[in-house]
Design a protein around this ligand. Structure first.
Ligand SMILES: NC(=O)c1ccc[n+]([C@@H]2O[C@H](COP(=O)([O-])OP(=O)(O)OC[C@H]3O[C@@H](n4cnc5c(N)ncnc54)[C@H](OP(=O)(O)O)[C@@H]3O)[C@@H](O)[C@H]2O)c1
Length: 381
């Protein structure tokens, strides 16, 4: 039985993770659930899994949550105090970071520093503070297990050789809803259109990131930190069917790809159960349903965000945090209908152009760059 904490349990990844835990009650015990605002769903989840801790970041819902869970042996805590209790509990072996954005950063670093396995869905935190994550994991011998389907694929494929034998990795991208749309038409797309992803059903922020392809920019940085790669070793291929989740090319020319139906429960379960593979009862992969797998060169003219991912990976230091923060602000500006779709990547580029990256030595370096970039991006929005 593995003790698991799910931070962001009310979101798309969090709900899938709880389904995985429910499918394997003999393997996972949910010891903690944490969410932002949705106290109703959190209460429902707590009644089902009866965790030791239930943590809500929004203080206005705490009273309701306490009343709902009054009769259960669940400690209801608010924000940072609650997260500290979770990462400080010795029975919590794995922390699944499934909150969106920068909010989970301190808890993730604290989990690694206390030697826990970090199953990480949240790419923003890795992009911001990759150095700190790698150093904390190394110091404590803690493991970072990727949940993102592409990085889970690389994690699996890369084990077919030695790290020094990797020539490059190829991250696959669905291309999002505007892959075939002419550049001029993209100018006027609405948030509703951008939120209609052709393959994956995900939270709002990542769905917009998929439409701009900023998601892949973040994933370039994520791959750099998770696998210790140089930016020129990370390539992107558009693969609209989303069956090949990513590939690793070794220096003898062999390419190892990981494939499967697009279902986030598969990489989530693997991150929780690794090194074991637990059975799933779904019908599995039927090759007849996927007779055609295609790959295309991404159009960086139409999707300039991709270039920014490589640029930030080359620049290093605080540039990752700046890209991420400017993007979060710009995405919100688009969802609030204050800017047009192409301005998202343009604003990120403008903020990056005025930033002089500094080395990341502490969380303060990251939060300072994050704050600066948010102010700049807000001004441009
Ligand atoms: N969805 C996917 O298929 C997918 C795939 C790969 C990677 N990811 C990454 O996984 C992360 C989560 O994505 P998602 O799609 O699951 O997002 P989502 O559906 O929007 O869920 C976000 C979760 O974060 C919680 N949250 C937000 N702010 C918080 C705060 N200040 N304190 C505590 N919890 C907070 C939300 O709680 P409330 O709802 O209660 O406010 C919710 O549980 C993102 O970083 C995303 O890039 C997602």
């Amino acid at each position: 039985m593995k003790g698991v904490a799910v931070l962001g349990s009310t979101g798309s990844i969090g709900r899938n993770a709880l389904q995985v835990a429910a499918d394997h009650p003999d393997r996972f015990r949910i010891l903690a659930l944490a969410a932002g605002r949705n106290w109703r769903l959190l209460a429902e989840q707590a009644r089902r899994f009866v965790p030791r801790y239930c943590v809500l970041s929004d203080p206005s819902g705490i009273g309701e949550l306490r009343r709902e869970l009054d009769s259960l042996p669940v400690e209801v805590l608010a924000g940072p105090e609650g997260w500290d209790a979770i990462v400080g509990d010795p029975d919590v072996e794995t922390v699944l970071l499934a909150v969106v954005g920068a909010a989970g950063l301190p808890a993730a670093v604290a989990a690694l520093r206390s030697g826990k396995r970090l199953a990480i869905a949240n790419k923003e935190c890795l992009v911001m503070a990759g150095e700190i994550f790698s150093a904390a994991a190394e110091e404590q011998g803690a493991e970072i297990l990727p949940v993102d389907s592409e990085h889970s694929a690389i994690f699996q494929a890369i084990r077919a050789g030695r790290p020094a034998e990797v020539r490059r990795v190829i991250l696959t991208a669905s291309g999002g809803p505007f892959r075939r749309m002419p550049r001029t038409a993209i100018e006027n797309v609405t948030p509703e259109e951008a939120l209609r992803h052709p393959i994956w059903s995900m939270g709002e922020k990542i769905t917009i990131d998929s439409a701009t392809m900023m998601n892949k920019a973040l994933e370039i940085l994520e791959a750099k930190w998770l696998f210790g790669l140089r930016p020129d070793q990370i390539e992107v291929a558009v693969h609209p069917q989303s069956i090949v989740h990513s590939m690793v090319e070794f220096h003898d020319g062999a390419v190892v790809a990981q494939m499967g139906v697009p279902d986030m429960k598969i990489p989530i379960q693997f991150a929780l159960s690794y090194p074991d593979r637990l059975p799933r009862s779904d019908p599995g992969f039927r090759f007849r349903d996927f007779a055609e797998l295609t790959f295309e060169e991404p159009d960086t003219g139409k999707f300039p965000a991709l270039r920014l991912g490589h640029a930030a990976a080359e620049a290093g230091g605080t540039m990752g945090a700046v890209l991420n923060a400017a993007n979060e602000v710009a995405v919100q500006g688009f969802l609030d209908r204050r800017i047009r779709f192409p301005r998202i990547a343009a604003i990120v580029e403008e903020v990056m152009a005025t930033h002089d990256p500094r080395p990341v030595r502490s969380l303060e370096d990251v939060t300072e760059a994050d704050r600066w970039a948010r102010t700049e991006a807000q001004r441009l929005v």
